[in-house]
Design a binder for this molecule. Sequence first.
Ligand code: NDP
Length: 516
Amino acid sequence: MNQSTHNQALPAAPALLAGAPKPDHAVFHGQLYIDGAWREALDGARFERRSPAHGHLVSTFAEAGSADVEEAIGAAQRAFDDGRWAGLKGVERARILLAVADGITARVDEMALLEALETGKPLAQARGEVGGCVDLWQYAAGLARTLSGDAYDSLGQDMLGIVLRQPIGVVGLITPWNFPIWILSQKLPFALAAGCTCVVKPSELTSSTTAILMQILAQAGVPPGVVNLVTGQGPTVGQPLAEHPAIAMLSFTGSTRVGSLLGGIASKGLKKVALELGGKNPQIVFPDCDWDAMIDAVVFGVYFNAGECCNSGSRVLVHASIAERFTQAVVERSRQVAIGDPLHPDCKVGAIVSERQMADILANIDKGVADGARLRLGGKRYDADGLYLEPTVIGDVTPDMPIAREEVFGPVLVIIAFDDARQAVSIANDTAYGLSAAVWSRDIDTCLTVARGVHAGTVWVNTFLDGYPELPFGGVKASGVGRELGKQAVEDYTETKTIQLHMGGRSNWWLPRPAA
Ligand code: NDP
């Protein structure tokens, strides 16, 4: 395995950080949260999660089966139908969402530790994410008060048109393991702001912070049954959410493979579907850019969250005139990346989430090298107890190679040279994906030409991976369907209803015709 990458004389990858504190915490034990009550699965099954960095037991959870999922959906349906949530005023829902934000703030350290241990991401980064998602709840609270429909006073003297925005109903939320609480917070507060009720299924690898969030929701005053948690396996727990007739909408973040499977099932049942899927996001580098800022953003873009990020800047398209200088600079900077134990205070890149993910990444690297690309740094698993992978840079990549086109979801950068802006845009668009992209140049014409031409839901200009609750996020092509965040985020969880109000006398269609 991975032998082809060992034969070249490469600069040394960074050594793993030494001297991290030992993980010291109680094992978290999660249950299902259905209709406001915590309980075990009906068949008593449980599963566990071990840290990919340390191998020790972090958490255990009730493993839901189909009867548990049925109960959770039933509870959400009853909670929707009796109006205990949708019937509240917007301001009342907003106050509760703000209380949830406060509840998260009070538990940032506890949640961040569990998130770091389950995902393998640096603790400092996890703190930033848990603390940062508070802003998403606060933003959604504002939208709960401003959500509104339309009125049409332009339809004539005898007609008034009113378009209501009503909550769509019971929503199924399926979330992945790479940003567990963050991605849930891109969905749940907006669904709640709209008045929907929900059934949540987190990744079986990272369910702790979602379970803690259920405690916070209850304390904040979210009524029983409004949000229900079912933990367990994707096919047995997630798939019924796409299939069940009582689910009005499915919102999924994860792989394009599973997203496309679930999208097909849900569409067949005529459900609304929102899919946030993978990416092979290009950063496009021109010679006149701010060099230091660009190199920093390239290294950040590919190694952030160990590359396990739908927005990972995993593909750099660089002007041919600077390709070698760029590659050497990226390799040098990559050798200084602080990688190792997620609990180390200096850690910037932690562990890979699972053995399966590690094997997938190594297979992708091997295939790229076998196809003729040139390994410039890394390419191997560290000889250590945890799941650590060397920061990896691959040059001499051509746009037709699978490594240039397929999502690797690891700390692996591929470098492709281009000759002019038109060719750069054409290469950028020559993948199935279209999530995000970046352009680096001091020339505004170049930036706008590329930004307008690239097929992507987000384009960063002279920056990378910034995000704000105000700005919509999502992809085109195989990167997904629909948008999260932004002022329309709450509208996505609503359906319009048209009311036509007639005023004054009306001529009756069925009156007999006057005699000839
Ligand atoms: P998946 O798409 O399998 O997992 C995402 C979520 O879907 C998890 O909650 C998972 O549950 C659930 N799921 C899995 N199979 C089904 C199913 N048949 N029906 C319903 N739900 C299901 O991602 P993986 O964890 O397998 O990662 C594989 C690849 O996916 C990565 O290498 C990466 O390319 C991509 N990915 C993209 C993400 C993104 O942010 N866009 C996030 C994560 C992965 P469970 O974990 O319990 O199986």
